[in-house]
Design a protein around this ligand. Structure first.
Ligand SMILES: [Zn+2]
Length: 329
């Protein structure tokens, strides 16, 4: 699982530019896939045929991460940007960034920015260009960038990295696809795009598949210093009750609980106070379906040092695998 985590977290995949990661995942899952497809928006679909082909399970994990898009370049060669997704300006300042075309820079705050005024509007990127003309040779309006990847082992089984949201969801889905026995139903592992800008990719994906059951995989906040999160880092897979976008189906919550108990898998419940997930698309697009979400406890979400415990990842993968193999009832 750590190997997949390393591979996936090092890929470029800002919302709208997810192809580099999609290619890596497709290659990884090709040996076990009954079909691999993509669609016009960029979602990646991996099918594993099940014992019962009259029903369909959709697994959704989003590939995209938050980032920045170039809006202008000034006379001194500073690159001005706007956010893609929910950027926390304090957390993302004074970091190394990399553009999709490989250009690197540092993202800083305009000189003299007071603490109370810190926002994305005050953030500029220095790519080491001496003036506008030099900068324009390397980046142009519309180019996107993200914080440079890093994966740092902390104590024990805990790791920090940027974009664990939602690479670890992709890791859990991919790991389950690679290691599960024949699924109960035809199971579509969908690696979605543009979740960070409003759960956009999962809507056409749900329409395309028309699943009977949907399980999303995403991060949830967990036991930060001074925080009020319901879930705790290291306490196991978090079975979602609700977030701002969805109230999960009682039958899926109960089934996941039952499977966790049966398998001796550590679990906890999640009530996410703010933030939405692809779970909502699967519930309401088309004729709708029964949905649940296995959330991975994560600290400092949307910062360059999101922190997880690999033990939770293991619990999430086991729970997802049990659902895939044993089904919804
Ligand atoms: Zn997410």
């Amino acid at each position: 699982m750590l190997t997949l985590t390393k591979k996936f977290t090092s890929a470029f995949s800002v919302s709208g530019a997810e192809k580099p990661l999609a290619d890596i995942i497709a290659k990884e899952l090709a040996p076990v896939a009954d079909a691999i497809e993509t669609d016009a928006i960029g979602n990646l679909y991996v099918l594993k045929k099940g014992k019962d082909s009259s029903r369909k399970l959709m697994i959704a994990a989003h590939m995209d991460e938050i980032g920045f898009v170039v809006t202008s370049i000034d006379g001194d060669g500073y690159v001005h940007v706007s956010n893609i997704g929910g950027i926390h300006a304090v957390a993302s300042s004074y970091q190394k960034v990399r553009f999709q075309n490989g250009v690197t820079g540092v993202i800083v705050l305009e000189n003299g920015t007071k603490a109370a005024d810190i926002s994305v509007k005050k953030m500029v990127i220095d790519i080491g260009a001496k003036d506008k003309k030099a900068a324009e040779k390397r980046v142009k309006i519309g180019d996107v960038c993200a914080v440079v990847p890093m994966l740092q082992k902390l104590g024990g089984t805990r790791y920090a990295a940027k974009a664990f949201d939602d690479r670890i969801g992709c890791v859990v889905a991919a790991y389950a696809a690679l290691h599960c026995d024949t699924p109960a139903y035809d199971t579509w592992f969908v690696f979605t795009v543009q979740e960070e800008v409003g759960c956009r990719g999962s809507r056409p994906a749900t329409f395309r598949i028309a699943p009977d059951y949907g399980i999303a995989l995403d991060v949830t906040s967990a036991g930060e210093c001074g925080g009020s999160a319901v879930t705790k880092l290291g306490d196991g897979a978090a079975i979602k009750i609700k977030d701002s976008s969805v109230l999960c189906s009682a039958m899926i919550i109960d089934r996941l609980t039952e499977l966790a108990k049966e398998g001796g898998i550590p679990y906890q419940y999640e009530v996410l106070l703010a933030g939405g997930t692809d779970t909502s698309s699967m519930q309401v697009v088309g004729a709708g379906c029964a949905v649940g979400c296995i959330s991975i406890p994560t600290r400092y979400i949307h910062s360059p040092v999101e922190t997880i415990d690999m033990k939770d990842l293991d619990a999430c993968a086991k729970l997802l695998t049990a659902f895939i193999e044993k089904g919804a009832e």
